[in-house]
Design a protein around this ligand. Structure first.
Ligand SMILES: *Cc1c(COP(=O)(O)O)cnc(C)c1O
Length: 410
């Protein structure tokens, strides 16, 4: 049984211990929601201030060239690439995950001859399903096939053009077998499209080793790029010439500043840009990525696994018989950076936790979710968070009416 003192001692020799100092974290808060909105890197605040005051404020439009604004989507993409096992010429930062999934899924259907089926699993992150529903709605020849979790391989046939899957499930934290599924999808003649929102920055993602074709992911979760940070997308080199971005905006043109009437896609990854990049947001994400340089992602993943294991051990010891049921894989090798528990009054329990300074989140209908961003969460935080949870469940203080009102963002 782990003691609090054990946690303090393990934190003292944690190879990632010093990385925490690169984040600005409020006092009195245990932040277990870095899987939804990553904490603020100190360097990001400084970089945005510089970009606003000096670059925008003084150098004005000259900054597109002078400060390299125009190349920022590629620069940031190139810095994300090593975190996801991609080449620097295979990733670009752009748009949101939703928009990138639309671009990639539509392109995949367009490039797969007569194949017209877009395949995915039910119960995945809503926007992924909604985007595919929108695509099928505007292209009547596209058929959206949604199968039960675990049913992808059985549903692969010669009509499937593309398969969209989350690498880590947003609710349970379960990790999918990217290599196995990508291989099966490729063998069936379709393209794999992976959503990395809950895996980049916490797992040792290796798209190219897994044989993945396409991917998109989030900049504001474990990558800590800030609220609404740009997302990114990956197109394997072997597909770059054949796939066309359906949102053929000027920034994806081969020569945007020629201002010609006809669209001609840029070679390589650049064609996946659409409109003018959000420079302030990209600046924050670029600076946030400094934190990752030189880190071994297998070490990062190992710490996430250890924190999750510790949390499960402590919850099951401290909160036994209090209505909690584990809703994540117990085995850390198939679990991402988060651990979820079900509780019939999950919403109220989480509101009570937040009021006590332990910040996680809630996913309808009954899941309370705790994210263990390994760059700034310590073992002692996990220990203390479970103590607070135990006190709340013992006293049933979540019954207080102020914890019952449901807010717009959960
Ligand atoms: C967070 C998340 C998104 C976010 O999509 P946006 O369009 O960037 O808001 C998409 N998919 C998954 C699986 C996510 O976890």
């Amino acid at each position: 049984m782990t003691t609090r003192q054990d946690c303090v001692e393990l934190d003292a020799v944690d190879p990632l211990g010093a990385v925490r100092e690169r984040f600005s974290l409020p006092d009195g808060v245990i932040y277990l929601d870095g899987n939804s909105l990553g904490a603020l890197p100190v360097a990001a605040a400084r970089a945005v201030d510089e970009a606003v005051r000096r670059q925008w404020g003084e150098d004005l439009i000259a900054s597109w060239n002078k400060h390299g604004w125009i190349g920022l989507p590629q620069k940031v993409g190139g810095r994300i690439a090593p975190l996801i096992g991609a080449g620097t010429d295979e990733v670009v930062a752009a748009d949101s995950v939703s928009v990138n999934l639309f671009k990639l899924a539509a392109a995949a259907v367009g490039a797969r001859g007569g194949r017209r089926v877009v395949l995915t699993e039910g119960g995945d992150f809503p926007t992924d399903l909604y985007i595919l529903q929108g695509l099928a709605g505007m292209m009547p020849e596209v058929e959206l096939r949604v199968v039960e979790p675990g049913g992808i391989e059985a549903a692969l046939d010669d009509r499937v053009a593309v398969v969209l899957l989350s690498h880590v499930h947003y609710r349970s934290g379960a990790v999918r077998d990217m290599a196995g599924l990508s291989t099966a999808i490729r063998a069936a003649g379709a393209l794999s499209l992976w959503d990395l929102s809950h895996s980049a920055g916490v797992l040792d993602v290796d798209l190219n080793r897994a044989g993945a074709d396409l991917a998109a992911g989030c900049g504001y979760k474990y990558l800590s790029g800030g609220p609404g940070a740009p997302a990114y997308l990956f197109v394997a080199r072997r597909h770059q010439a054949a796939l066309r971005n359906p949102l053929s905006g000027w920034m994806g043109h081969a020569r945007p500043f020629d201002f010609v009437d006809d669209y001609a896609p840029a070679p390589g990854i650049d064609r996946w840009l659409c409109g003018t990049p959000p420079i302030l947001s990209l600046t924050a994400l670029d600076a946030a990525l400094d934190v990752f340089s030189g880190l071994d992602m297998t070490v990062v993943r190992a710490k996430a696994a250890a924190l999750g294991d510790l949390f499960i051990e402590r919850v099951e010891a401290r909160c036994a018989g209090k209505g909690l049921a584990l809703a994540s894989p117990r085995d850390a090798t198939t679990r991402g950076g988060q651990v979820s528990f079900r509780h019939p009054q999950g919403w109220a329990v989480m509101q009570n936790l937040i009021a006590r300074g332990v910040i996680g989140d809630f996913r309808s209908p009954d899941v309370i979710r705790f994210g263990f961003a390994p760059l700034y969460v310590r073992r002692v935080d996990v220990w203390d968070a479970v103590e607070v949870l135990g006190e709340i469940l013992d006293a049933e203080s979540w019954r207080d009416p102020r914890y019952q009102t449901v807010a717009a963002v959960t």
